[in-house]
Structures are given as structure tokens and as C-alpha cells.
Design a protein around this ligand. Sequence first.
Ligand code: FES
Length: 269
Amino acid sequence: MRSRASFKSHPLHPMLVAFPIGLWVFSFVFDVIGRMTGNGLMWAAGFYCIVAGCVMAALAAIPGVIDLFFAVPPASSARQRGYIHGLLNSAALLLFIAIASYRGGSAVMPDNLSLFLSAIGVVGIAISGWLGGTLVYRNQIGVDHHYAGAGQFKERSVESWQKPVANLSELADGQMMLVKIGGERIVLARCREGMFAFSDHCTHKGGPLSDGALVGCMVQCPWHGSQFDVVTGRVVAGPAQRKIETYQTEVRNGEIYVVRKREEVRKVA
Ligand code: FES
């Protein structure tokens, strides 16, 4: 999924996280060298690296939180991974703030406790960085990829099921659009058999199908390659085992409407 916090389509979070990671790792290296050599300049550099790392971590957290809640698909394995990643980063930030205030200034030589806590912080951000790498390289969060002919990624929010979700001319054969209707994420897809709507949620681990590839009337999940028939929702190829939810579409005066499931209409009535 494309990042929601980006500059000229470059996601901000991966750019900014390099700073706290580098600064905190080097604070530990400087402190260890300072302790071993008795060089006060080294542990002063270590102290300032901790402080600068905390500032940059707080800055990096802003686009990170935006992407977690607006780019990572809800109810997916990536969302859970993102929560753990965020918690580890927050814990590391609090830990390094505590270390800086415990040391009290750049002139103070780091003691064993300070070094021990810094080592824990470095291990914590290494684990968190590994999770962040999984989010990008496996879950493709922040990756803007599209197959040839897919057109630009289209996304729209519609307040109610009574409103049209798109104009017929907006989607060419082989293209998809993500539509959010009252909190539900629905994909509109046009293939040779017509216009179809189905849940964005892959039944394997919640991958975003709107970010996948539409080949004929079959959609392939971008995470682990499950394939689904967009007409019936059936699984064409695993690892997914369960079919995806499909919705009926109607075209009136060139406008496309998605029909809410009957049982849901009853529940509300
Ligand atoms: S999330 Fe695994 S195939 Fe879709």
C-alpha cells in the first residue's frame, strides 16, 4: 500500500528512522570507547547522540503512526506487526530519554547501568528494525507498485451505500479502485465480464487485494500470491483457504453503485 505520509511519493518514515537508529547505535559505541579510553569527548559525543536520537525518533514517529493507521490494512498480520514495531520504538524512545536524564549531562561518564540500558535499547531497535523491514519488504507497506495497465492507484471514500462509488468511465478493463464505504474497504474491479466488487481483505492474512494484480477476472494478493475469482469470490490458488466477500454492483446512468449485503441491510433496518 502506498504511504500516506510521503514527499513526492517517497515515504517519510523509512527516511527518518535512519537517524535515531544511527545516533543511538553510535551513542553506545562512543560511550564504550569513552569508558575504555577515559576520553571525556567520547562520552560527551555519546550523550549528544542519545539526545539527538530521541528528537529524531519523535519526528520519525509521526509519519510512522500515520502509515500504521492509514496505510496498513486493518485486521491484517501487518497491522499486528506494526503495533509491535510501534511499541518497541516507543519503549526505545522512553528508555533513551530515561538514560539521558539519568546521566544528567555530557560531562558525566556513563556508568555500567547506563551502558547496560543503552545495549538493551540498541537490541530493541534492532528487533524493531527487523519488523519494519518485514513490513516494507514482505507486506509492501509504503511500496507503490502496479502492474502494467493498472493505471494510477485510485482510492475514494463514500459516506453511504446509497451514493455512487465511481463513474463507469473511471475504470478501464483490468483496473481496480479501493472504495471505503462506512468503514468497509471494498474493491471495485472491471474485467471482461463486467464490473465487480469484493472485499479488500485477503482471507489468508488480510493482505490488501486492491494493491494486487487483476488478471482477467482473477485478483492476486500482493502478499503471498493467493488468487481469487472476483465474480464468485472463490479461491483459485492458495495459500488462502476461504473465499472473499463479494458484493453486487449496479450501474445507473453511468454511475456505479455497490449493493450492501442483504443481511446487513436487515440488521440496520
Ligand atoms: S495475505 Fe497471504 S495471500 Fe493474501
